[in-house]
Design a protein around this ligand. Sequence first.
Ligand code: ADP
Length: 224
Amino acid sequence: MIQLKDIKKIYNKNHSNAFEALRGISLTIENQEIVAIVGTSGAGKSTLLHILAFIDSADEGTYMLDERDVTDLPDKDKSQLRTGEIGLVMQDYALVEDFTAIENVMMPLDFDRKNKRKSREKKKLALQVLRQVDMEDFSKKRCNELSGGQKQRVAIARAIVNNPKLVIADEPTGALDSGNAKQIMEIFKKLQQDGKTVVFVTHDMNIASYADRIIEIQDGRLIE
Ligand code: ADP
């Protein structure tokens, strides 16, 4: 699914305060694998995740996604990949708080220009993904009335509504207690059974142990 070769990221390049946050990351992630990225604060985890999700781009190296070289794609193509092929889950859920759960889940369907579904079909699809994360009964609740765990499940439903092959999550359980965190990991396992690849960052080794493989970053380098 993912092949990174010698990825480097230098912040403030060509300035006196230039900082090499990633110092040559080479990594292969297989289809339907669940991978946890761990490491201390400042190690480069978010930088790597942002490159994988096309939020930022690398300064050197190559990035192959699904056997396609996506290293130097134009922004337009990157944003299309971001809406269609990658589901992004953030620690703070990034939901529109005064919209209902189903309204939040339907949002990416409107962003995807290729997607010309009718409103009724969109609702049906959104309900279907809410069911996958066991949140169907809360579809009409506004997000500011939901608990943290419930919000994260809605955020996952929103991330998968366009049926992406890859789900990328930045500290998805960082704000949750262990019971809710476990539920999120069980949802990731279900996504894997549905054919998806999941890459997430965590600093909690208990949570990382749900992954098929744990990758540790230290000072911008992978360590085994
Ligand atoms: P982690 O997610 O592991 O905590 P980050 O990827 O956020 O680490 O950051 C890696 C390093 O890059 C840190 O030293 C951080 O200070 C630095 N860094 C991150 N973002 C920027 C930026 N926009 N400008 C300059 N330095 C940055």
